[in-house]
Each structure stands twice: as C-alpha cells, then as structure tokens.
Design a protein around this ligand. Structure first.
Ligand SMILES: Nc1ncnc2c1ncn2[C@@H]1O[C@H](COP(=O)(O)OP(=O)(O)OP(=O)(O)O)[C@@H](O)[C@H]1O
Ligand SMILES: [Mg+2]
Length: 312
C-alpha cells in the first residue's frame, strides 16, 4: 500500500465534510484549493509550526498543539493512593505524530485519559491549543485497544452517531458517513453490525467514527495491539494516510518499539510507574513511509537507541 498521494485532493471526502460541519457551526478555515477544513480551534493556532511533510502550500494552519506542564496524576487517596505519572512536561506541535512508549503500568493510558478529558491532573496543568483541558469533547477523539462501538447499531449508525448528536441533518450525515466508510475500505459493510466484523474492520470503524468529527487531536491507546501482524501493518499504513489527509495531531500509545518508530515524528520514552518522561527520540525517516522502512539501516539504528534507552 502506498502513502504517497495527498488523498484529500483525490477523494471527494473533504468538501462534504465541510458542508456537514458548516451545519454545526464550528470554527473552520477553508483552503480554497482543496475545500478542506480544519477542526475546532484552528484559528487559535494560526501560524503553528507543522512538523509533517505537508505537500500542499495552500493547506490551512494546523490545530491540536498540546502542552503538559508539570503534570502529575494520582488515583485514590491515603494509603491506597497510586501515583500513575509525575512531573510530565511535554510540548507537542500541531499536526505532529507522537508515539508514547513505555512498559505496562507506566501511565500511558492515564496520559491519554488526561488529554481526552476523562481524568483531571492532580498536579500541574494540561493545555490543548492553549486552552486548559477540563472535559471530554469530540475535538479529541479516542481509539482504544478494543472497540467500544454500539453493538446494536450498524457500522453506518455508529459512524454517524456523533454527527447526529451534534445536530447534523440526515442527508449530510449519510453522505459524510458513506464517504469516510469508503475511505477506510468499509463501504460494503455499512449495514453490518460490529459483531459481524473482524478485529481489524472493527478498528477501522472506530477510526471512522472518531475522524468523522474532524478531531484536532487523535488519541490512540494501543489500537492495533490485538491484531495479527499483517493486519496491524495495513492499519498502520492506513493511519499514516489518514493522518496526512486529516492534518490532525496524533498521540499514539504503544509498547511496541517498531510501531512507535514506524509511525511517529518523535517517540516519547516513559519510565516505569510513576511514569516520567526519560527521553525522546526524533524520527527522521522520510515520509511517506511504507512497510519497507522497517528494514532500513536508519530504522534499525533508531530501534537500537530505543532499546538502549528503555533498558536504562
Ligand atoms: N482508574 C484508576 N484507578 C486507580 N488506579 C488506576 C486507575 N487507572 C490507572 N490506574 C493505575 O495507574 C497506573 C498506570 O496505569 P495505566 O493504565 O495508565 O498504565 P499503562 O501504561 O497504560 O499500562 P498498560 O501498558 O498495561 O496498558 C497503574 O498502576 C494503574 O493501576
Ligand atoms: Mg494502557
């Protein structure tokens, strides 16, 4: 599978999404050449540096910058208290793809939960596009290891649910849903139910359901770790394509070194609990990336560095 085409120019997806989002009156910026929109908060970050190899000079400014300032998160109190993470300082640029890599229990999901607005920091503060995170919102979409689709709704019903909740009219909802299902390769499965799909297909629906809201932050918590190696690679390539098209910031949690490097602009290394950032590794592998990237000397060198760091 190739990731070379800037598919926003080749798929009819973006203009219809723009129409749907116009209906819900979210702030947006339109790039006339692509009819492309950014998610909420775009205007707030005009001029933010992009780190992706964006091929379109007319592309709109990106949103989705993140800043953790001395964030600590503790669960429970007294003798039963668990300090999950401590002293987290991390800046993520709008449009950046960051992997968070660390051992089980080091607080990776806790960091995702904080960004999603599910868990408030016990210490320090957390900002997205300069705004303090206080609650969940559709501008920050989460894809988990196991899908949390509504089992009683069809694939299309699941994908369009968020738009329906936000008052988007039926014709627009259906058009946008059909386009994104086409984009993730599930057009023929729109009327199926989640239980009738493979694990990889369920994760495609999960991605579609989140992306349909044009999130400024895509939060992924080991989304492919239950998939077999072949399917996982296809999903990784699909994700990179979608990241290019949607121009969103991605925070991707994994404990798989290959996956972390293959996907990201930067790998953030986290210590065992209480999780602290112990290092970061810029990934300068050229984009677009395909499966062959993992066999290059540069990739193996990055992997060695990662291993060394994680072993201390
Ligand atoms: N809701 C909660 N209540 C109490 N403790 C929690 C809660 N959520 C997480 N923890 C604790 O915080 C620590 C970090 O958990 P977290 O799930 O963030 O780790 P993780 O890095 O995602 O691990 P894994 O790789 O196994 O998914 C663990 O010790 C866990 O028990
Ligand atoms: Mg976890």
């Amino acid at each position: 599978m190739s990731t070379s085409a800037p598919a926003s120019a080749t798929h009819g997806f973006a203009p219809n999404l723009a129409a749907a989002h116009g209906a819900i009156a979210e702030p947006r910026i339109v790039a006339p050449s692509l009819g492309y929109i950014t998610g909420p908060g775009a205007a707030a970050t005009a001029g933010s540096p992009s780190v992706s190899d964006d091929s379109s000079a007319d592309a709109p400014p990106l949103s989705g910058s993140v800043e953790f300032r001395e964030v600590g998160i503790r669960f429970g109190s007294g003798a039963a208290a668990v300090q999950a993470v401590r002293g987290i300082n991390l800046s993520i640029r709008a449009g950046e793809f960051v992997s968070i890599l660390g051992p089980s229990g080091c607080g990776k999901s806790t960091l995702i939960g904080a960004l999603a607005g599910f868990t408030a920091p016990s210490e320090g503060s957390l900002f997205v596009d300069g705004q303090r995170v206080t609650r969940p919102g559709s501008d920050r979409g989460v894809v988990f290891q196991y899908h949390n689709l509504f089992p009683w709704k069809t694939v299309a019903g699941n994908v369009e649910f968020g738009l329906k909740m936000r008052g988007v009219g039926r014709p627009e909802r259906q058009a946008v849903t059909a386009e994104i299902l086409q984009r993730v390769g599930l057009a023929e499965f729109a009327r199926h139910y989640p239980a009738q799909l493979s694990g990889g297909m369920q994760q495609r629906v999960s991605l579609a359901r989140v992306l349909v809201n044009r999130p400024r932050l895509l939060l992924m918590d080991e989304p492919f770790s239950a998939l077999d190696a072949q399917c996982r690679l296809l999903m990784q390539e699909l994700l990179l394509e979608l990241w290019r098209e949607f121009r969103t910031t991605v925070v991707f949690v994994t404990h798989d070194i290959d996956e972390a490097i293959f996907l990201a602009d930067r790998v953030i290394l986290v210590s065992p609990r209480p999780g602290r950032i112990t290092g970061e590794l810029p990934v300068t592998l050229p984009r677009p990336r395909t499966a062959e990237a993992v066999t290059t000397a540069e990739f193996l060198s990055l992997k060695r560095t990662c291993f060394g760091h994680l072993r201390g």
